[in-house]
Design a protein around this ligand. Structure first.
Ligand SMILES: C[S@@+](CC[C@H](N)C(=O)[O-])C[C@H]1O[C@@H](n2cnc3c(N)ncnc32)[C@H](O)[C@@H]1O
Length: 366
């Protein structure tokens, strides 16, 4: 089996992402028409692989190096089959709840033994934070929200961020109430490389990152608070308040619950690396690549990109994000793909998972 550069560096024993911090609305629109086709998705917490079922593909092959991340997808799949939509939201933590241990037990009983035992071991944490709140990344946001945010903003200010208002008023709100000097100080400390490396991401993940994470986050907060309406933003809501408000990530919305549930048998889980999939000789028509390229050195990125192209059908789209390190089609392969710049711009302007610096859609020339 092919291995992957990052697998040697990072510790994948625990859940890193208990929910998916990438916007499935822009992912699915970026993938375009995929009805009846084979798609490939990085798993992470599994939400976006499930969202890809709304595109009516023949199958979605889901890969991940981390067994804990695969367990997040298996839990969701079992929950879709076992729970009503309101129960699903309570189990995941989108809504406050006192019945999470019972909900978890009900779902865990339908899982394979290893995955069920894994989740039952997390029952106390799930009870407190929801199954979507138990990852290292969510813990990092929780420390931000519970220990530091109260030193900077009152409850009233935080609630007011999520009041829907016209763009000009959002600008005034940001200037006068949100982006205060205390807020800027908080961003500088909390999003320093040192703190992020210790609490959120492995230091290895910064090897290829340019610039200060804090200045990047400040720019992206503007996108989320002014360019977009925070009232529609489930990601910002969770970070600031620890649950969802009226808005949910695509996969968690009621309108998609039955469709996803009906198509769960089209998910094909293959624990292991993306590189292992591309070495099977199968071809896919669309790839959700998360932001995995950012975790690779430019040389490894170029090699992996080339191998994905060899596993891509004509017209296939490669969709991926960059958080801080720039990654786009390597020079060597520029004549093999078309960058869908207009679609990228349109979707970037609407990307609710605001912390990424770039969103890329590249289409394989047929
Ligand atoms: C790249 S991380 C990013 C997570 C993300 N930004 C989010 O919000 O969930 C997503 C997942 O990719 C997996 N991963 C990274 N490199 C991979 C590779 N080469 N093959 C398969 N999975 C990979 C990690 O295990 C992780 O679960």
């Amino acid at each position: 089996m092919q291995t992957s550069e990052i697998a040697d560096k990072a510790d994948f024993d625990h859940i890193r992402y208990a929910q998916l911090w990438e916007d499935a609305d822009v992912l699915t629109q970026g993938l375009g028409n995929c009805a009846g086709q084979t798609l490939v998705s990085i798993c992470s917490a599994g939400d976006n692989a499930l969202a890809m079922l709304t595109l009516d593909p023949e199958k979605v092959v889901v890969v991940d190096l981390s067994p804990a991340q695969i367990a997040c997808l298996r839990l969701r799949m079992a929950a879709f089959k076992t729970l009503s939509h309101p129960e699903f939201l309570r189990l995941m933590g989108a809504r406050p709840s006192s019945d999470r241990p019972e909900l978890l037990k009900k779902v865990a009983q339908t899982l394979d033994r290893d995955t069920g035992t894994f989740w039952e071991g997390l029952s106390d944490e799930v009870a407190l934070h929801g199954a979507g709140g138990v990852g290292k990344f969510e813990r990092y946001f929780r420390i931000f929200r519970t220990r530091l945010l109260p030193l900077v903003h009152s409850r009233k200010t935080i609630d007011d961020i999520f009041v829907s208002r016209p763009r000009s008023e959002r600008e005034t709100f940001l200037q006068t109430r949100f982006n205060t000097w205390r807020w800027r100080l908080l961003l500088n400390v909390f999003f320093s490389r040192f703190v992020m490396g210790r609490m959120g991401r492995d230091k290895a993940f910064f090897d290829h990152v340019d610039g200060s994470p804090a200045s990047h986050v400040a720019r992206r907060i503007r996108h989320a608070a002014v360019d977009c309406d925070p009232a529609d933003n489930p990601y910002l809501h969770w970070i600031m308040k620890g649950t969802h408000g009226d808005a949910f990530p695509m996969t968690w919305r009621e309108e998609h619950y039955a469709t996803i549930c009906d198509r769960l048998d089209r998910i094909e889980i293959r624990p292991g690396s993306l590189e292992a999939f591309v070495s099977t000789g199968e071809r896919a028509h669309g790839f959700n690549l998360s932001d995995i390229f950012e975790y690779m050195s430019p040389e490894v990125f170029q090699n992996v990109y080339g191998s994905i192209l060899s596993a891509a059908a004509p017209g296939a789209r490669l969709v991926y994000w960059n958080m801080m390190a720039p990654r786009r089609v390597p020079e060597k392969y520029r004549d093999r793909v078309t960058t869908l710049g207009n679609l990228e711009d349109d979707l970037k302007a609407r990307d609710k998972a605001f912390f990424y610096s770039d969103f890329v859609i590249e289409e394989v020339i047929g």
